[in-house]
Design a protein around this ligand. Sequence first.
Ligand SMILES: [Zn+2]
Ligand SMILES: [Zn+2]
Length: 154
Amino acid sequence: MEAILLARLAEGGEQFKGEDPAEVLELEPDDAVVSVGPLRYDVMVASLPGDELLVRGKVGCEVVFRCARCAQSFTLEVTENPYVRSYELQDETESVDLTPDMREATLLAFPAYPVCKSECLGLCSKCGKDLNQGLCECVPEPDARWGGLDGLEI
Ligand SMILES: [Zn+2]
Ligand SMILES: [Zn+2]
């Protein structure tokens, strides 16, 4: 988004909602990230007494990840919510560019180990079959010890 011009900021604050092209995230697709959507923001920006600019709302983007277990693509909304930042204003400050912090917050919100669902079974290490679609022949009877873990959020 364009830098906030302090002289034009409405008294009592102003809502900024929109999106920037995904390029502002400067993220190269890699093994885990298939594609990235635009950087979306929905923030309230207000200048407070004491020369402070307060930004509050949410930022994030939609990402298509490749599951670290089964390699299927899945879409996840990556957000920081609430997103809260404050900027100290100097006398000579005319504008504040919010995009660098929004970009950083969004990138930090990316999961380190993206999985399509917590109970994803992944691929068979022998034949490569997607075990979410059924067991393959190389897998012996399901281990009864895992039964007790069903339904647990991991
Ligand atoms: Zn998966
Ligand atoms: Zn197998």
